[in-house]
Design a protein around this ligand. Structure first.
Ligand code: SF4
Length: 73
């Protein structure tokens, strides 16, 4: 299964991921960073299995992140 990985510690809270894919992302009111919905924390990154339906758009979101901390495998 493809998955998406978020290196959340390095998030600058720009909100672009949320604007592009509100079905996968929220902006945290606590620390202002993006949160990948339903993701599992593994060490210091967050991982979510993607349905095929979300893969292409997630790649676009990863490219749009200004600090390149979203990866799609
Ligand atoms: S696009 Fe990147 S830096 Fe901006 S809020 Fe999302 S994960 Fe954080």
């Amino acid at each position: 299964m493809p998955n998406i990985i978020h290196y959340r510690n390095r998030c600058i809270g720009c909100g672009i991921c949320y604007e592009l894919q509100p079905e996968l992302w929220r902006m945290s009111k606590k620390d202002g960073k993006a949160t990948l919905l339903r993701a599992v924390k593994k060490k210091d990154v967050y991982v979510l299995e993607l349905t095929r339906h979300h893969v292409q758009k997630s790649k676009e979101t990863a490219e749009a992140c200004p600090v390149r901390i979203i990866k799609v495998n």
